[in-house]
Design a protein around this ligand. Structure first.
Ligand SMILES: Nc1ncnc2c1ncn2[C@@H]1O[C@H](COP(=O)(O)OP(=O)(O)OP(=O)(O)O)[C@@H](O)[C@H]1O
Ligand SMILES: [Mg+2]
Length: 464
């Protein structure tokens, strides 16, 4: 899109020459001859830049500048100063003009100043958009007691330099906790570097963490910095820390004790200033008992323990999370946010959510993409029951036969899926589902509640 410039000058010659050269440069230019006309123009539309003469007949440039800020607080203003009005131009810059040019105008100089001002404005805009995106991405949504407590703990622990160990099931938001601690810490301006200890092959993890010298091993064509060094001055997030081998654990322990690292095949060790946040979905106490995790490393990492609560213990957050994800994902896909019916919300809030928030987000993503209309209804929601693929749930009995501890468990699993499938087909209507299944409605309701297919509070209120 072409950028727009408003020229404010009482001299017709200046107006027309500026309109000419700026127009040739591809800008959309409008001109007015007074401060009053400038303010009036701003009431009607926004410009990307204003060129403002300081010496104007009635309302002068300085006054115009301070008044226009009330209308548009952000538009960059370049002041045009006449002979002997440099003082005023300087004053203008002090009260918020971006820059100034002097009369008689050098066209080259003017163009340069205009280009610079516009580029800076673009960068600032981009920067703000990115920041908002990041902030939105790492917003912790939820009003449950568990999340409120978590937030308070983060605020308390973040400014300290203490090591943090985050426990939590898959998809409960462990990384989100780590990011929030970093963002609220004194290291927020520093890097946040993540290492997934489970995803890196054993033979590579050392060089990944500590870096390596050129020629340290076959394929090490150039020296490479490790994650510890990359995180210098910031935070290193050791994800899935329970999956490190004992050998790597010993090295990490040393690095933590000494705040120094030794690159693979390198002579000199390197001093680093890193705060370590670790996360795991394993019970490290059990791993220690089994001899899979070093106790000394555990104590070193676990200075401040955190627990990311599973979604099933805070179902009241589900509607908030759903709305948050619908807004975020709709934006990402360039669509208008869809409305979600109360039934759909009820259905979502009742699912068991073995995959926690990550699973919820995936489902919302799928629904946002797949729902044709403007409304998301209960029947649009696929069944992620107990992590069994929705596809197998849709074909119910034809699904794969899982291993169940007993016949009762297997029967229960089938019943749950079957009821859910019918419930969806009936548009989330309890009475119609009962009819379709030839069971008493109250009986069906009890079963669904027992299976966690209905949230207790809302369900009762609705079905009473
Ligand atoms: N309270 C929350 N508010 C908003 N989004 C959340 C919340 N908790 C988790 N999420 C989102 O859910 C997804 C999973 O979160 P995250 O990656 O932090 O979890 P995790 O515990 O590290 O998962 P995994 O075990 O899979 O590594 C992310 O998209 C994250 O933004
Ligand atoms: Mg994670």
């Amino acid at each position: 899109m072409r950028e727009s410039i408003l020229v404010v000058d009482d001299e017709a010659g200046v107006r027309s020459s500026l309109a000419g050269i700026l127009g040739d440069e591809g800008y959309v230019v409008e001109t007015v001859e007074s401060g009053e006309a400038c303010l009036q123009a701003l009431e009607g539309r926004r410009y990307d830049l204003i060129l403002l003469d300081v010496w104007l007949p009635k309302m002068d440039g300085l006054e115009t500048l301070s008044r226009l800020r009330a209308i548009d607080a952000e538009v960059p203003v370049i002041v045009i100063s006449g002979h002997g009005s440099i003082e005023t131009a300087v004053k203008a810059v002090r009260i918020g003009a971006q820059d100034f040019v002097e009369k008689p105008l050098s066209l080259d100089k003017t163009l340069l100043v205009v280009r610079n001002a516009l580029r800076q404005r673009r960068l600032e805009k981009e920067n703000r958009a990115l920041k908002e995106q990041v902030e939105h991405r790492f917003t912790m949504v939820g009003e449950s007691a568990a999340i409120a407590a978590l937030r308070a703990e983060i605020a308390q622990a973040a400014p300290s330099n203490g090591r943090v160990l985050i426990f939590g099931e898959n998809g409960t938001g462990k990384e989100l906790v780590a990011r929030n601690i970093h963002l609220q810490s004194l290291r927020a301006q520093g890097p946040f570097v993540e290492v997934n200890c489970a995803a890196i092959p054993e033979e590579l993890i050392e060089s990944e963490l500590f870096g390596h010298a050129k020629g340290a091993f076959t394929g090490a064509l150039a020296a490479r910095k490790g994650k510890f060094e990359l995180a210098d001055g910031g935070t290193l997030f050791l994800d899935e820390v329970g999956d490190m081998s004992l050998k790597t654990q010993a090295k990490v322990l040393r690095a933590l004790q000494e705040q120094r690292i030794e690159p693979v095949g390198g002579a000199a060790s390197v001093q680093v200033d890193v705060r370590v946040i670790a996360a795991t979905n394993k019970r490290l106490e059990d791993e220690i008992r089994r001899g899979h995790f070093r106790e000394d490393l555990y104590f070193r990492l676990n200075v401040i323990p955190f627990h990311a609560p599973p979604l099933r213990e805070r179902r009241e957050d589900i509607p908030l999370l759903v709305r948050h994800f619908v807004a975020e994902l709709s934006k990402e896909y360039g669509r208008r946010p869809k409305e979600i019916t109360a039934d759909a919300m009820t259905a979502l809030a009742g699912l068991p959510w073995p995959g926690n928030v990550r699973e919820l987000r995936n489902i919302v993503e799928r629904v946002v993409i797949m729902t044709p209309g403007e409304r998301i209804e209960a029947r649009h929601i696929p069944v992620p029951l107990l992590g069994i693929a929705a596809a197998s749930a849709e074909t119910s009995a034809a699904g794969p036969v899982d291993d169940f501890p007993s016949l009762a468990d297997a029967r229960e699993d089938f019943e749950k899926r079957y009821i859910w499938k019918k419930y969806q087909e009936c548009g989330g209507n309890m009475s119609r589902t009962a009819e379709a299944l030839s069971v008493e409605r109250s009986n069906l309701y009890r079963k669904m509640k027992g299976y966690g297919l209905i949230p207790t509070r809302r369900g009762e209120a609705q079905e009473a």
